[in-house]
Structures are given as structure tokens and as C-alpha cells.
Design a protein around this ligand. Structure first.
Ligand SMILES: [Fe+2]
Ligand SMILES: [Fe+2]
Length: 329
């Protein structure tokens, strides 16, 4: 993947630093949320697939890790503050699965799945797929970081869930591959990270939260709470996305991707809430608040993304960013 286009002072300096390693990042602050989340996303991406022309060894460059920690500190404290009212929906004496159910029942006020099912135009549906591609082309990878950090029943349940996400032993059933096939059926670019320049900060934030939780062992509770909320809020929306794709005649691979998730995530929801989070909190009770925080973060960031996408469409705008063509080197 190519390095993304800069969105401000920090992402510009970071791009230069990744290319040739010289610029000093210590005093450069992000211009805004776009600049912050793109920079953080770039730093995280070094742990996944990396960038063309950037040495893989930069993943553990101490200067880059210092910048990453600074951005993470800001993101995490903002996220914790925003999630507090959602976490409070959970009855403090309830079981972990009941608490997760209360959090995921949070009324976000808008429904992207309803809109996509009934009203979205074909172009809007493709914008939705392009935004989602940032995650679904590496579907389940951020949660995989947690595997060596869990033990016993929670680890077994996570491995079972991941086994499905990673195709159940069949490469042609990798969920990331099913999503790529859905994109190709719509003539979208299914190459990894192809739409990073087009997605706004809110979609980068959705992805950055998963990497933040996945890459820090101290946040393993939040990683698993996030996973549970994701699975618990997937099956019914996927049915609506499936119906939207059928209404628009988008092609069988699109339907297939969402149909797979109507079924699979109805199972994953229980596996994640009870098998993973319930067992994790039983083994490590001190992780309960972070499990709930992670779930609330999933709900909150998804709600922000849905609101912003729907607002753009309501105004007759694209939900994707307009970008200049890449210069030919
Ligand atoms: Fe999946
Ligand atoms: Fe799933």
C-alpha cells in the first residue's frame, strides 16, 4: 500500500519520516482530528501490512512509538470521556452478558442499516462499502492480537470465533476475502487500504480504536468488550444491508458477504458475550470496567460514523472525502 496523502502538519511530517527517517516529530502536533487519526492510523498500519517504500523495521522505531503514545493518550482519554454515559447504562450488579446487552441496546438516534436497507442509492451503498473496507479487508485482525494475552476458556472461545472469521480452514471463506469479492462485484478497488485517502476521520477512529485496544495488553478487556459489542450489533444490521443490496441489484457476492454474517454473527454474539467476555471477567475480575468501556467505544464510534454518513447524504454530499489525484512521480 502507498502512504496516504497528508491531512495536516503531523501526517505530512510523519510521511517524510517514514520515507527517509530524518524529520524530527517531537514537536509537531496534529492540526485537527483528521490529521490526528490519519497519523495514528499510519503508525498502527506499520503493525499490519506496512507501506511501500517504508522499511518494515520502522514498526519498532522508538521515535515513532513515542509519537504514537502521545496520540493514543489523547484519543483514549477523549474516548473514555465520551463513553462514560453509555457505560452507565449497564446495571452494576448485572452479569457481564447482561451489561453488554444494555450497552449495545443504547439508542444511537439514527439507523444507518435502516437507511441502507430502504433508501440508499447505489452510489451511497458503494460509499458505505468503501468506508467499511478499511476494516473488513483486515477483518478480525485487530482482535487477533489478544489471543496470546488470554488464557483458558476465554482464549478457547476467541480462537473459535477467529477460526470462523478466518475461513474455518478454507481460504475462499476468509471473511476479508468475501468482502473483497463483494467490492469487486461493485467495481470498487478491493486492494488493501485503497480507500484510506477517501475516508474521513470518523472511520479512521473506528479502526484506530480496535488497534489501540488490540495492541496494548493492558487494554485486553476493552479489546474483547469491543469485539463482543461488534458481534452483538452485527446480525440484524447485516440482514438490512443484505436487503439493501438485493433492492439495488448489487450482485450476489455483496449479498453473500452479509448473508454469511446474518448467520455467523448470531452465533458469534453469544460466543463473544459469554464465552469470551464472561469467562475473561471471571478469570480477571478487575477487567470488567474495561470490557464495558470497549463495548461502549464500539457503540459510540459506530454511532458517530453513522450520523456523519447520514448527515452527508441528507445534505446531498458524498460521505467520502474529495482528494486530489496522486502526482505521477
Ligand atoms: Fe466476519
Ligand atoms: Fe463475526
Amino acid at each position: 500500500m502507498e502512504l496516504p496523502q497528508a491531512r495536516g502538519a503531523l501526517s505530512a511530517t510523519l510521511s517524510d519520516a517514514l520515507r527517509d527517517g530524518t524529520p524530527d516529530l517531537s514537536s509537531v502536533e496534529p492540526d485537527d482530528e483528521e490529521d490526528l487519526h490519519l497519523s495514528l492510523w499510519m503508525l498502527y498500519e506499520l503493525h499490519y501490512r506496512g507501506f511501500d517504500g517504508v522499511d518494515d523495521a520502522r514498526e519498532w522505531d522508538p521515535d515513532l512509538l513515542t509519537v504514537r503514545a502521545r496520540l493514543e493518550g489523547r484519543f483514549e482519554s477523549d474516548l473514555r470521556a465520551a463513553c462514560r454515559p453509555i457505560v452507565e447504562l449497564a446495571d452494576a450488579r448485572g452479569s457481564v452478558p447482561d451489561q453488554l446487552a444494555a450497552i449495545t441496546a443504547y439508542d444511537v438516534g439514527v439507523s444507518l442499516p435502516n437507511f441502507v436497507q430502504r433508501e440508499a442509492s447505489a452510489d451511497q451503498y458503494l460509499e458505505f462499502l468503501a468506508q467499511r473496507s478499511l476494516y473488513h479487508l483486515k477483518e478480525s485482525d485487530p482482535a487477533a492480537w489478544a489471543v496470546p494475552r488470554l488464557e483458558g476458556p476465554a482464549k478457547v472461545a476467541l480462537a473459535e470465533l477467529q477460526y470462523d472469521e478466518y475461513g474455518g480452514g478454507r481460504p475462499e471463506r476468509l471473511h476479508s476475502r468475501l468482502f473483497a469479492e463483494a467490492m469487486e462485484a461493485c467495481r470498487l478497488d478491493a486492494s488493501y487500504g485503497a480507500y484510506v485517502d477517501r475516508v474521513p476521520a470518523y472511520t479512521l477512529a473506528v479502526n484506530n480504536a480496535m488497534s489501540l485496544f488490540g495492541l496494548h495488553r493492558r487494554l485486553r478487556g476493552a479489546a474483547m468488550g469491543h469485539l463482543a459489542a461488534f458481534e452483538m450489533t452485527s446480525s440484524l444490521p447485516c440482514r438490512r444491508y443484505l436487503q439493501g443490496a438485493e433492492r439495488l441489484g448489487l450482485g450476489e457476492p455483496v449479498g453473500h458477504y452479509f448473508d454469511e454474517h446474518v448467520e455467523a454473527d448470531a452465533v458469534h454474539e453469544h460466543l463473544a458475550a459469554r464465552g469470551i467476555c464472561g469467562a475473561l471477567v471471571e478469570a480477571e475480575p478487575q477487567l470488567r470496567p474495561d470490557v464495558l468501556f470497549g463495548a461502549a467505544a464500539c457503540v459510540h464510534l459506530d454511532a458517530v460514523a453513522a450520523q456523519q454518513m447520514l448527515d452527508a447524504w441528507a445534505d446531498g454530499r458524498s460521505a467520502l472525502r474529495v482528494v486530489r489525484d496522486r502526482e505521477v512521480a
